[in-house]
Design a protein around this ligand. Structure first.
Ligand code: SF4
Length: 220
């Protein structure tokens, strides 16, 4: 018989469990000082469909060369592409990053606003990246749901949704606001190392006694 799911306790236990693992890339980047909305958005665009282990050094390489929209717009698309060529779909991303820099310069005087509609109006930016930027760089309460947050919260039985965007809506209704930003930073390493896609490590999981293990057919 499982205990009722206690989200405050789960967050506390998971915070401790993920301490040995690297932080989610965007949070690590922010701690390294690349924490402006523009830098975070560029890094998130680079991270799409690319492993953190690759996207983090790739984003650092580009941002060390160009940290502001003005500096970025002075690079050519080919130069941006050469700097991010370890990222998946780098050619398309180089065009999108160059366009982003130019639009921020032309339309917002070089200062990317903390505005969800504006962020999502750029080519290559979906709700996951927009919300990460709003949460990390703007310190606004937004939930960013990637595949790890989606998988883990559905396995818990905390939400029931068929896709990350639906999980985001469900979490907005269920999750206390104080956890909206942290949920991503905790569940990305938790999903990578403990509640893994295949064979999650349930036997040593700190929330086993309250997790419904929805859809889990094999475990370690
Ligand atoms: S008990 Fe298993 S399914 Fe549930 S959160 Fe832990 S690892 Fe994931």
């Amino acid at each position: 018989m499982k205990k009722p799911f206690d989200i405050d306790l789960a967050i506390k236990l998971i915070s401790k469990a993920v301490r040995p693992f690297p932080k989610a890339a965007m949070f690590e980047l922010a701690e390294a000082g690349f924490n402006s909305p523009f830098e975070q958005l560029v890094a998130c665009m680079i991270s799409i469909r690319t492993y953190d282990e690759v996207s983090l050094p790739t984003a650092c390489r580009l941002l060390e060369r160009a940290r502001t929209p003005k500096q970025m717009s002075q690079l050519t698309v080919a130069q941006i592409d050469a700097l991010i060529n370890t990222s998946t779909f780098h050619e398309r991303k180089a065009i999108q990053i160059h366009e982003l820099a130019k639009r921020v310069l032309d339309e917002f005087d070089g200062d990317l606003p903390c505005d969800s509609d504006v962020l999502r109006s750029f080519s290559g930016v979906g709700p996951k990246c927009a919300n990460l930027v709003l949460g990390i760089a703007c310190e606004q309460p937004y939930i960013s749901v990637d595949i790890h947050v989606h998988r883990v919260t559905n396995r818990w039985g905390y939400v029931k949704a068929s896709a990350p965007e639906k999980t985001m809506v469900a979490l907005e209704a269920a999750l206390p606001r104080k956890h909206w930003i942290d949920i991503n930073s905790l569940l990305v390493p938790f999903g990578k190392h403990i509640c893994t896609g295949n064979l999650p490590k349930c036997s040593t999981c700190p929330v086993l006694d309250m997790c419904q293990q929805v859809g889990v057919t094999g475990q370690r």
